[in-house]
Design a protein around this ligand. Structure first.
Ligand code: IPE
Ligand code: IPE
Ligand code: MG
Length: 247
């Protein structure tokens, strides 16, 4: 049976986050340089975003570059930045066709000027699209994000714009880079690694985690469907009992 038909369109995750991992190993397996792997990752991005939009996912967040990835060899970092700039320009027509509004989270000021410009251009140009929000996590680290949130909240308390007693989970949410996004329902990580690598720690508190051995450049529509089907076969209890959920 066609995998797409097995998806219950009434119970699609609102927000899917993906740790796109395995580009380096994919390239190495072909006797090529790591950068070759990054260059071949775009099809997987396009298919994931397109499929998510088609089945009604409201938000998809892609981990593209972590705060820790700055520690990689300069050659690789530079290649990743130029790829980002070129891909943003190249993908604009696809974003428009699929109703994709582009968004970015992370320490964006740390990106090269050209990348910041390409990013703000595409964000502006896709601003009125409403099918899906595509958030690119760039120079993103969850701990950095939380530190940043705490600083901003503290400033408001010091300036008496905010009462200490008023601080609650919503306050924290509103000060994270993801303030405008729903909670993560499903997190997918490719390449067989079973870790979070400093991605959306707060936002994933109750996410369903899905791991696949597929390397990111090989990730296609059918693999995305597999993750959604797996998600739909789980019972999300949020601390309650199974009986309470099925009642
Ligand atoms: C993911 O692939 C892309 C980025 C982290 C930018 P990797 O480059 O981490 O590939 P592996 O994990 O070394 O195979
Ligand atoms: C996580 O992948 C970051 C991105 C996918 C952008 P890494 O390959 O950098 O993570 P680790 O080093 O395996 O934890
Ligand atoms: Mg990796």
């Amino acid at each position: 049976m066609d995998k797409k038909l097995r998806i219950d369109l009434q119970r699609v995750p609102k927000h899917v986050a993906i740790i796109m991992d395995g580009n380096g190993r994919w390239a190495k397996g072909k006797g090529m340089s790591r950068v070759f792997g990054h260059r071949n990752a775009l099809t997987a991005v396009r298919e994931s975003v397109e499929t998510a939009a088609q089945i009604g996912v409201e938000a998809i967040t892609l981990y593209a570059f972590s705060t820790e990835n700055w520690k990689r060899p300069k050659l690789e970092v530079d290649a990743l930045m130029s790829l980002l700039i070129n891909s943003l320009k190249k993908e604009l027509p696809t974003f428009q066709k699929n109703g994709v509004a582009v968004n970015a989270i992370g320490n964006i000021e740390n990106l090269p000027q050209k990348a910041q410009k390409a990013l703000s251009d595409v964000i502006l140009q896709t601003k009125t699209n409403t099918t899906i929000i595509l958030t690119l996590a760039l120079s993103y680290g969850s701990r950095e994000e939380i530190v940043n949130a705490i600083k901003n909240i503290s400033k408001k308390v010091v300036n008496k714009e905010l009462n200490l007693e008023e601080i609650d989970e919503k306050t924290i949410n509103n000060h994270l880079y993801t303030f405008n996004l729903p909670e993560v329902d499903l997190m997918i990580r490719t390449s067989g690694e079973h870790r979070i690598s400093n991605f959306l720690l707060w936002q994933m508190a109750y996410a369903e985690l899905y791991f696949t051995d597929i390397l990111w450049p090989d990730f296609r529509k059918e693999h995305f469907y597999d993750a959604i089907i797996d998600y739909q076969n789980r019972e999300r209890r949020f601390g309650k009992t199974s009986e309470q959920i099925t009642e």
